[in-house]
Design a protein around this ligand. Sequence first.
Ligand code: TXA
Ligand code: MG
Length: 354
Amino acid sequence: MQIGTIVYIVDDDNPEEHLIRRAAKILQEGGTVCFPTETVYGLGANALDENSVEKIYKAKGRPSDNPLIVHVHDKNQVEEIAKDITYNAKLLMDKFWPGPLTMVFKKKDIVPLKVTGGLDTVAVRIPSNKIALSLLRESNIMVAAPSANISGKTSPTSASHVIRDLLGRVDSIIAAGDTSVGLESTVIDMTGEVPTILRPGGITLEEIKEVIGEVMVDRPRDDKDKDFVPKAPGMKYVHYSPEAKFVLFMGSVENMTENIRLRAKEEIAKGNRVGIMTTTENQQSYMDIREAVVMPAGSRNNPYSIGREIFRTLRHFDDKKVDIILAEGTEESSIGVAVMNRLKKAAGENVVKV
Ligand code: TXA
Ligand code: MG
């Protein structure tokens, strides 16, 4: 039974070996370890042991039909758990691993159905974060790990997020610095004729196309089709919900600014505490609305900085106890596709096109 959580404070650049060894031992003994990756923090356990995997679902409160990503440290390990590894898959591994790309293959029997949510496929990636790699190497265990948040909440990009969500629910947490990508990995299904992106993430469609040519993208959920079943089961659940109501504005910067200003004033008049999520370039546009909490999430000139900041910014609004968050959307190209995918999920029906 879970009686307490050990927190290891580890240096990102020079992970303390003796601490990594202790965390590795917890994995080997069937326990749960939260650890940083370059995308978001993960909640890991031995992927090949059902009882260990069960602890992940329990700690997160995650539906058991939502499959987990298996993290490995060496390309050769993929063959132990996956079948039919195509030439395209090898090209993608060579180009993007270690890094924020997850590939889905037909699974081998050794992988418990508990990990794959009952599917006959398995998702795999090699993360590039130093601590993640040394933990995987030291334990020599393949580690199933979803994002280390309570199911439905925003993904954790700093140790404090993990501690807030999971302290007392996991065996240990490796607390290090903030994650560098800030958005989860891209998930691509390699089992079909044409590789298909199931979840946009840290590696863009354009980057993948450059390596393997033809790529498809699984239909996004916002097509209002009740029968639509996304191929990545995780994409059908409520996700990334801040505590406050989240409203996403989409349109030109000028129109978004004008409409957010109006709405902010309306909400303030109603007595609501308002958060405004903008960019460094545009934050001065709201400075006269003194009652609002105005937070830039990165810079419009550098879409990757927006990716890095969005989850952190959403959690910041929670800390400030706002009632409603009014957010500027960003351009849906390159990494902006993944950013907008997360923001639209956070917004649900609350999207305002201006
Ligand atoms: O960056 C990341 O991917 C982070 C870090 C910790 O590696 N992990 C992460 O895991 O985001 P999670 O569980 O929050 O999201 C995994 C996504 C879900 O949408 C899930 O449905 C999908 O990957 N997935 C996993 N296995 C799959 C499979 N066999 N077939 C289709 N989709 C799969
Ligand atoms: Mg997640």
